[in-house]
Design a binder for this molecule. Structure first.
Ligand code: NDP
Ligand code: PYC
Length: 339
């Protein structure tokens, strides 16, 4: 039987933060990273939990992210476009600087966007979309990654796994949130299959010759496939346009050119859009939030589940029972802290 160890959420946070502080991150960067990584473990999202620490540390050691960066909120007084320059640090710290201003502008104007530039980004998007719904706003979050996905009909990596998340606030219960890679699966899932010595499901990837493969090594050397064929391919392309080119930052192929590898966390920009349902529906019949509940009930009444319900259940369990890690994972955390 696999040996395990159970920690409280706070205890895991303390360990992860200490690892990043030891690696030379300033308190702001270390705290922001520890928050999203521990949230990933807490919500049973292993592909963006503690597994990501290694890559983040590698990126710091490679000099491709500034561990002591202080994000800068740029002067955009009154504009619907809020801008934060991450100054070469991690996106998470920049997001924490920008989100209060984003919420304030969206509340005032009905709609606002937060543009983050010059950041390293490796995390799941739902912590960010939940920060937006926590302000009573609907949110859309997206960013490129690095070229690892072949466009539908193509056979070489070009698009990123380009995550896309949406959130809708709900009263007295967790928000409606979806968050997914626009590839069939996140690249982190392929890496986790490789580490576990498991084959991939059919349809996830092609090898370097463009042939379908279920071998994770061959998939990592070849290309991943977009979800939903041409539809996912188009959404992935939209993300390159909006959260790359439109915000004056790198596209996924440019990120790969810049880094020269997919073993480091990608450097690019991010786009977060916040919308006020009250402002959009003003003057129209019905209450937007109440009408949304009718829709959610109708979905659930068919026996379907809402996205993020698995996550919220995992979160509730972690809050009462703690987070269980394998002995190997615990040893890895100890090793990171020792070096
Ligand atoms: P999944 O396919 O695991 O899940 C996608 C979404 O669908 C989740 O919101 C999930 O909710 C929901 N869902 C899953 N099954 C069902 C179901 N049967 N009914 C209703 N909803 C369902 O996600 P991916 O593997 O595509 O992505 C994982 C993570 O990777 C994301 O958080 C994404 O942000 C991150 N990522 C980050 C990248 C980056 O560059 N920073 C790049 C690519 C991905 P639930 O969680 O509750 O199952
Ligand atoms: O899982 O696809 C992924 C990924 C890429 C960058 C960060 N996460």
């Amino acid at each position: 039987m696999t040996q395990t160890c159970t920690l409280t959420i706070a205890a895991l946070y303390e360990r992860v933060e200490a690892i990043f502080l030891k690696a030379g991150l300033n308190a702001f960067q270390a705290g922001a990273l520890a928050r999203v990584i521990v949230a990933g473990e807490r919500d049973a999202c292993k592909s963006h939990g503690i597994y990501r620490i290694e890559g983040a540390l590698r990126t710091v050691r490679a000099g491709k992210v500034k561990p002591d960066a202080v994000p800068e909120l740029l002067p955009t007084e009154g504009s619907a476009i809020v801008k934060v320059n991450a100054r070469g640090g991690f996106a998470n710290a920049a997001f924490e600087v920008g989100v209060p201003v984003l919420a304030e502008r969206a509340g005032k104007l009905g709609l606002a966007a937060l543009v983050i530039n010059d950041c390293t980004h490796f995390s799941a998007l739902w912590p960010e979309v939940e920060a937006v719904t926590g302000e009573g706003l609907a949110g859309l979050v997206m960013c490129p990654s690095y070229a690892t996905v072949a466009p539908t009909g193509g056979n070489k990596p070009l698009l990123g796994t380009n995550p896309f998340a949406f959130g809708w606030p709900r009263e007295n219960q967790p928000p409606y949130v979806f968050d997914f890679a626009t590839s069939v699966a996140a690249r982190g899932e392929i890496e986790l299959h490789r580490r576990a010595g498991k084959q991939l499901p059919e349809g996830w990837a092609i090898d370097a010759n463009g042939n379908p493969t279920t071998d994770p090594e061959a998939a990592l050397a070849g290309a991943m496939l977009p979800f939903g064929g041409h539809k996912g391919s188009a959404i992935g392309t939209m993300i390159e346009l909006l959260a790359g080119i439109m915000i004056g930052d790198l596209t996924s192929p440019e990120v790969l050119d810049y880094l020269g590898t997919t073993t480091l966390a990608p450097f690019h920009g991010e786009l977060i859009i916040a919308m006020s349902p009250e402002a959009f529906s003003a003057g129209r019949p019905g209450n937007a939030f109440a009408r949304a509940e009718v829709l959610f009930d109708a979905i659930v009444d068919q026996g379907a589940r809402l996205p993020s319900q698995r996550r919220f259940l995992a979160r509730a369990k972690s809050e009462t029972d703690g987070i269980t890690l394998t002995a190997t994972e615990m040893e890895q955390l100890d090793r990171f802290l020792a070096h």
